[in-house]
Ligand binder design. Structure first.
Ligand SMILES: *[C@@H]1O[C@H](CO)[C@@H](O)[C@H](O)[C@H]1NC(C)=O
Ligand SMILES: *[C@@H]1O[C@H](CO)[C@@H](O)[C@H](O)[C@H]1NC(C)=O
Ligand SMILES: *[C@@H]1O[C@H](CO)[C@@H](O)[C@H](O)[C@H]1NC(C)=O
Length: 482
């Protein structure tokens, strides 16, 4: 049976980076369990548990990576024992016989499953953060390049005061930075579950260490050092609290929302032919309409962002539905927000990277849209200029209102260009400012402090991204297969 004969999720491995796919592979998972058993055994040994011998540790160390044969043994064991963790305990014991009797000593299944999940969440975030940083950096380059290019602003998707192309991108940058900060925070707040027993009371370890609580603290300190966590959660049940999963999923969902919002803006800009996502020379937009240039990558981001946005609802339900010290309805699909969201995040990230790395701007179209609206934009300034030359504000306002309405009707009823300025030129009342009119139609007069706002935002971005400079220095363009 080939891939063509079995169900393939559209979120398959198409864009997932190799490191991400490896991180969430069965081998990494099972090998991480082995690593956790080794760390536990080492720590117990160091704390004087004689049953854990040097030979046991050596054999465990020599067999940390699950081989294909190990997987086959584990499969048979699991079919027999109906317990995945015990199947792996026995499999590990077969290749490290001197350790067979002490693997998992004092632990419960969640010692490996949950601690491993925390490691995967952490490592997944560590892979994601620099990629997000790159998207922000690319957008910053774009924003600075176009910080002065006036473009029509839209409120209600109706023409509003001009902004600049860069200022609009600066808005996106700020929103992405908020996600970056929240992801960093979620990452920094992560703790280890550690070795705390079946209901989180550490009772089994009290048995092992003759009721010496200090030794259990020492055990967990050693485990945290080995696994690279700053400490364990103060309180756990059988699991680390599922609130942690929700916390991470919330941030990932928020990132999905941001990505979707940016992609929708880009799709609207593509409709206006003002800005396009990168297209390849031979790319086909539509099977029938050969002229089409569809913003398919931004559409994909929208769709993935929507999926991601809904993920946290699931984690909220799982968390809320945990009874007392744990119920197992948390684990049929995946308790791990980092792996549950990975394909979405990875696909979305790759597309976002591709789009933000190659946005194409059409300044003439942007100018044409501005020119169609600028006469209206200029009216407030025209009124003020007239007043400064002795006119009445109220009278000027009324004159402009009437002329604007006439010009609007010409546009809407006759499909002709906006002729408001011509009407003003032909109206004697406005003669004091006729000479000023051309200068008043310079769009950059109406973009306010867009350029400064953009520069400031990008300076903040640069500061935020400093910690990712190693990655950004050598980051490569993601190759999309579609
Ligand atoms: C597993 O450990 C044993 C004992 O140390 C060693 O002989 C064997 O080579 C190890 N297996 C692998 C795959 O390294
Ligand atoms: C996007 O970022 C990468 C990595 O920092 C850089 O190599 C690339 O030139 C950037 N692209 C643009 C369009 O700025
Ligand atoms: C986007 O992805 C396509 C397909 O992999 C690639 O040819 C193109 O160079 C990428 N564009 C940018 C700007 O990253």
């Amino acid at each position: 049976m080939s891939n063509y004969d079995s169900y393939q999720t559209p979120l398959g491995s198409r864009y997932a980076s190799k490191e991400m796919l490896t991180l969430f592979s069965a081998r990494t998972r099972a090998s991480t369990w082995r690593q956790l058993w080794l760390w536990l055994a080492e720590a117990e040994h160091e704390l004087g548990i004689e049953q854990v011998t040097d030979e046991a540790l050596e054999q465990m160390r020599a067999n940390l990576t699950m081989t294909d044969e190990d997987f086959e043994v584990a499969r048979v064991e699991e079919a027999r024992r109906r317990h995945d963790v015990m199947a792996h305990v026995h499999t590990f014991g077969q290749v490290a016989p001197a350790a067979a009797g002490v693997i998992h000593y004092g632990a419960t299944s969640c010692f490996v499953t949950d601690n491993a999940d925390l490691i995967f969440i952490r490592d997944g975030l560590d892979l994601l953060l620099p990629k997000l940083a790159k998207v922000i950096q690319n957008l910053s380059t774009f924003a600075l390049k176009y910080k002065d290019l006036p473009t029509l602003g839209f409120t209600h998707f109706q023409a509003a005061q001009p902004i600049t192309v860069g200022k609009r991108a600066a808005q996106w940058i700020q929103e992405l930075i908020m996600d970056l900060e929240d992801l960093e925070h979620a990452r920094e707040q992560l703790r280890f579950r550690g070795a705390v027993g079946t209901t989180g009371t550490q009772a089994s370890f009290m048995e092992i260490f003759d009721s010496d609580g200090d030794k259990i603290d020492e055990l967990n300190k050693k485990l945290c050092e080995k696994a690279g966590f700053p400490g364990i959660y103060h309180v756990s049940t059988q699991t680390y609290t599922r609130k942690v999963d929700l916390r991470v999923a919330n941030v990932l969902s928020a990132l999905g929302a941001t990505a979707q919002r940016i992609a929708i803006d880009i799709r609207h800009l593509a409709h206006l032919t003002e800005i396009e996502e990168p297209m390849e020379k031979d790319q086909i937009g539509s099977s029938a309409m050969a002229f089409k240039r569809n913003p398919m990558r931004s559409e994909r981001i929208t769709s993935l962002g929507r999926e991601l946005m809904n993920k946290n609802a699931n984690f909220a339900q799982t968390f809320a539905g945990q009874w007392f010290e744990r119920t197992l309805d948390d684990s049929a699909i995946s308790v791990n927000p980092s792996s549950a969201c990975t394909r979405h995040v990875v696909n979305l990230g790759a597309s976002l990277d591709n789009v933000t790395n190659g946005l194409v701007v059409y300044p003439q179209m942007i100018r044409a849209h501005l020119d169609a609206q600028l006469p209206f934009m200029a009216t407030e300034n025209i009124i003020m200029r007239l007043v400064s030359k002795g006119g009445s504000r109220q009278e000027a306002h009324e004159q402009i209102r009437v002329l604007s309405r006439q010009a609007g009707l010409v546009v809407k009823n006759e499909g002709k260009p906006n002729d408001l300025i011509e009407r003003i030129r032909n109206t004697e009342y406005f003669s004091p400012i006729h000479a000023d009119l051309d200068a008043m139609l310079d769009p950059s007069l109406y973009t306010g402090r867009s350029a400064v706002i953009t520069e400031r935002m990008c300076a903040v971005a640069e500061e935020k991204l400093a910690r990712y400079s190693d990655y950004l220095g050598k980051a490569e363009t993601v190759q999309l297969s579609l």
